[in-house]
Design a protein around this ligand. Structure first.
Ligand SMILES: Cc1ncc(COP(=O)(O)O)c(C=O)c1O
Length: 397
């Protein structure tokens, strides 16, 4: 018996693959700071669990395939509060942003089609695209340019006759790159000129720092028919395990296609949808507090990382990731050194080597991604450990 070529072409997540080594070291008594995964430690707002606790039906029934009405209404109100108007039928609730991406790709891609994605990019896009037998064509960006890609010429060079969409996370994972409304317009105009879909992955929408503007592809209604927004409660409300995401689009054909897939998978968990509804009713001050916390973590990490001689790192404006090009020959080797051989006062650190975030062979070898998901003190210590580790690693060689 054989597995499909699709599955054979897929790889294990570079974000998770070093976890067993870290665990082994931990068992030897070394403290590890985990900066490899976008799992926030911020407390999930209590209204989520309280809403589920007050569920008093006798049976947990299937929900409808689109998603529970109160949740869909709450999401429409949430967008309205930012001046973006959506009707109920423009929303589809999904099992996390992950299923949202998978459903959208399946609606758009035939075998051999491609979507453009700025690299470095969120590696799980690879898995979802591979399941369609399509592929990702990267728009290459660099740490020296702060991972900037909203340039018409740069994007157009990558388009070919099999290109169906431009897909991008904004703010970015792994880059933390944010987009201004002007950047969004540039991308939309290219998409319109070449008749492409735009898949705007906005799961980090509110995570914008330094007083920067929160933007969305939903803010330019003239492009609404080609824009498909992918969203999730995972990061916004620190609810990764709830697995509630959603798709927002005014394109009726897309909604019809999505519904066919949604009916096939029946529904999204009923109780989690009830909890999620309350999250969307939180006041805006919730985001202000959470963003202030992440901003202080970013500042703590950046202050230490930028002290490393020879490092290339521009302060990221959003999401909760920081990419850095380090003065090491190979970031994966460096991580293995940190996990196997390095410690300072019984502590070391785990991060993600960035090569796996690139589709282009050979890129990202010296880059790492750190997720600032620990408090500011721990972020500063983790970044210090990276700095000390580089010295030890390069002296060893
Ligand atoms: C850019 C981006 N999109 C989508 C997701 C998936 O989110 P979810 O937990 O909602 O499936 C993630 C998770 O890390 C992400 O970083």
């Amino acid at each position: 018996m054989k597995l499909s070529e699709k599955v054979a072409s897929m790889a294990l997540s570079p974000i998770r693959k070093f976890a067993p080594i870290a665990k082994e070291r931990e068992e030897q008594g070394v403290k590890i700071y985990y900066l490899n995964i976008g799992q926030p430690d911020i407390e999930t707002p209590s209204c989520f669990v309280e809403a589920i606790q007050s569920f008093d039906e006798d049976v947990i029934e299937y929900a409808n395939s689109q998603g529970l009405d109160p949740l869909v209404d709450a999401i429409c109100d949430y967008f309205e509060s930012y001046g973006m108007h959506y009707e109920k039928e423009d929303i589809m609730i999904t099992n996390g942003g992950s299923e949202a991406l998978s459903m959208v790709y399946n609606c758009i891609l035939n075998p051999g089609d491609n979507i453009l994605v700025p690299e470095p990019y969120y590696t799980n896009y690879d898995a979802f695209v591979a399941m369609t037998s399509g592929y990702i064509k990267p728009i290459t960006t660099s740490p020296e340019e702060g991972y900037f890609f909203a340039d018409a010429e740069k994007i157009e060079k990558c388009i070919d006759e099999n290109t169906k969409a431009i897909c991008l996370p904004a703010p970015g994972n792994p880059t933390g790159r944010t987009l201004s409304l002007d950047d969004i317009r540039v991308i939309c105009e290219v998409a319109e000129k070449h008749d492409l879909w735009i898949i705007a992955d906005e799961v980090y929408r509110e995570f914008v720092y330094d007083g920067g503007e929160m933007t969305s592809f939903g803010m330019l209604p003239e492009f609404a028919d080609r824009v498909v927004i992918v969203d999730s409660i995972s990061k916004r409300y620190s609810s990764c395990g709830a697995r509630i995401g959603f798709i927002v689009t005014k394109n009726k054909d897309m909604q019809e296609g999505l519904m066919k897939i949604a009916q096939g998978r029946l529904c999204v968990p009923t109780l989690e949808q009830i909890g999620a509804t309350e999250l969307f009713r939180l006041p805006k001050s919730y985001y202000d507090e959470v963003c202030a916390e992440y901003e202080s973590r970013r500042d703590a990490a950046y202050a230490e990382i930028s002290k490393i001689p020879g490092v290339v790192c521009q302060k990221p404006g959003g999401s909760f990731y920081l990419m850095a090009k380090l003065p090491v020959d190979n970031a994966e080797d460096f991580l293995l050194f940190m996990l196997h051989d390095f410690e300072d006062n019984g502590e070391t650190v785990m991060f993600t080597p960035a090569e796996g975030f690139y589709a282009t062979e050979g890129l990202g070898k010296e880059e790492i991604r750190i997720a600032y998901v620990l408090n500011a003190k721990d972020m500063a210590r983790s970044a210090e450990l990276i700095r000390l580790g580089i010295e030890a690693y390069n002296n060893r060689k």
